[in-house]
Design a protein around this ligand. Structure first.
Ligand SMILES: *Cc1c(COP(=O)(O)O)cnc(C)c1O
Length: 241
């Protein structure tokens, strides 16, 4: 598919997704500009990232460091895009992650946060991070367990780390046939953020990154400030990650 064909497909899908988000915001009585739409381009080529940016999608989500590095080197001249890492990060890739991403949404241990901080200091950069919470306690997923004490302890360790900006929480909900089934997961993440916000009011707890193609409307109703959408914008992936 050519870049122009991609642009047409994305523009049409984007209209639909934006309408769904606006309707969900409206149902929840929220302001219209409260949700950042992160376009998840994993498995799609660099052309798709360029077409997405041309359609006005300036937040791009990738789940692998190497894949993102390859796309970024193909897209040298592409300005105005914020890159988000949304997949599990190994500590030995912390250095590349800091170079490649503006926000790392998948911080799942204090050790990883410390490694990112060291690398950010070394690179003279600041990096925004979200703590990933495994609300569904699924063995296949990473993230902190959804327990107040565990998160409070993690936050206590992370807040003093230099060059890291802790901006909120992220979760990947379990698979469900009906998105209503995962509403309690989103509600739980919002409740955990409220607890952390009360305890550490000095940290900017602005973001709740939750909701994907199958459940972003429910996530927005439950307070998502960021949704991460792939298939609804770009179509089915031919290879899963
Ligand atoms: C793939 C992925 C998404 C997007 O999934 P879709 O179902 O294509 O919208 C969002 N978040 C994470 C962490 C992902 O890995």
């Amino acid at each position: 598919m050519t870049e122009t064909a991609w642009q047409a497909r994305i523009a049409e899908n984007l209209r639909w997704v934006r309408e769904r988000i606006a309707a969900a915001l409206d149902r929840a009585g929220r302001q219209a500009d409260e949700v950042v739409l992160v376009a998840v381009t994993k498995t799609f080529p660099a052309t798709v990232v360029r077409a997405a940016a041309a359609a006005g999608l300036c937040d791009i989500g990738e789940n692998r460091v190497q894949e993102a590095a390859a796309k970024r080197s193909e897209l040298q001249g592409l300005a105005g895009v914020r890159w988000h890492l949304i997949g599990h990060l190994q500590r030995n890739k912390a250095g590349s992650a800091v170079e490649l991403f503006d926000m790392i949404q998948s911080v799942d241990s204090l050790e990883l946060a410390a490694a990112l901080s060291r690398r950010a200091v070394g690179a003279g950069r600041a990096v925004s991070v979200l703590l990933e919470v495994n609300v569904g306690l699924e063995a296949s997923k990473s993230g902190f367990p959804p327990h107040e004490e565990v998160l409070l302890r993690a936050v206590e360790g992370i807040l003093p780390l230099e060059r890291l900006k802790l901006e909120g929480l992220m979760t990947v909900a379990p698979m469900a046939h009906n998105p209503e089934e995962v509403r309690p997961v989103f509600r739980r993440l919002a409740a955990l953020r409220a607890i952390l916000q009360e305890r550490y009011p000095e940290a900017p707890w602005g973001h709740l990154s939750m909701g994907m193609t199958d459940d972003y409307e429910v996530a927005v109703e439950e307070g998502a400030t960021m949704v991460r959408v792939g298939r609804a914008l770009f179509g089915q992936r031919t290879r899963e990650q």
